[in-house]
Design a protein around this ligand. Structure first.
Ligand code: SF4
Length: 202
């Protein structure tokens, strides 16, 4: 990109809205930038906007966002102090009848959109990042990650920023059994609680 590097989140949002780095901008309603304080010690990175987020233009406002909000509260954190974003900023979907069904972004799209995540990290300067799900983990570590092997463990990225990988909250929505879902929700909250405990210990 030949445009100057944005130095504020507002400038970053404007630049993201013009992005054509991968084909996903073509069919989405709008870009969905990260949101939160200009400086935040904690950043959470999800996969990509869903249908609700694509329409609203804000991250994590749909069903997965409601679970995330509840878990953030149950972990003793406040969403308003967290910078919340996605590894991929446009909604990828396929049409089935009248519905737009989520499609997982591929390695190319994740790699192209990392440009924006790196700029977010440069501006927000998080002390710790929580990767929500495999796409975020791939974007941040540059490799495929099996969530169950690493979840809740304190990792360090190449630039020294600390990382915790956990499940994506949408995975909880897909668990049919109530008791199993509650158990997995508890594990998710525990990962966020550990992340909160890691903050300020580096
Ligand atoms: S998904 Fe990311 S890289 Fe692709 S067009 Fe959207 S903002 Fe650009």
């Amino acid at each position: 990109m030949s445009n100057p590097v944005p130095h504020t989140l507002a400038a970053l949002r404007r630049a993201e809205a013009q992005c054509t780095r991968c084909p996903l901008y073509r069919n989405a309603t709008q870009v969905v930038p990260g949101e939160g304080p200009q400086r935040a010690s904690l950043m959470m990175v999800g996969e990509q906007p869903g249908n609700d987020e694509d329409l609203a233009g804000h991250p994590f406002v749909g069903p997965a966002g409601r679970i995330l909000d509840r878990a953030i509260g149950d972990a003793g954190l406040e969403r308003s102090s967290i910078f919340v974003t996605n590894a991929v900023k446009h909604f990828k979907f396929e049409i089935r009848g009248k519905r737009r069904l989520h499609k997982r972004p591929d390695a190319y799209e994740i790699g192209r959109c990392k440009w924006w995540n790196d700029l977010e990290r440069r501006l927000v300067k998080p002390e710790l990042i929580v990767a929500l799900g495999a796409t975020a983990a791939r974007s941040l570590t540059g490799k495929s990650v099996v969530i169950q092997n690493v979840r809740g463990v304190l990792l360090t990225l190449d630039d020294g920023v600390r990382l915790v990988i956990t499940a994506h909250p949408s995975s909880l929505l897909r668990i049919p059994d109530h008791i199993d879902r509650q158990r997995q929700y508890g594990a998710f909250v525990e990962d966020l609680r550990r992340s909160a405990a890691y903050l300020g210990t580096g």
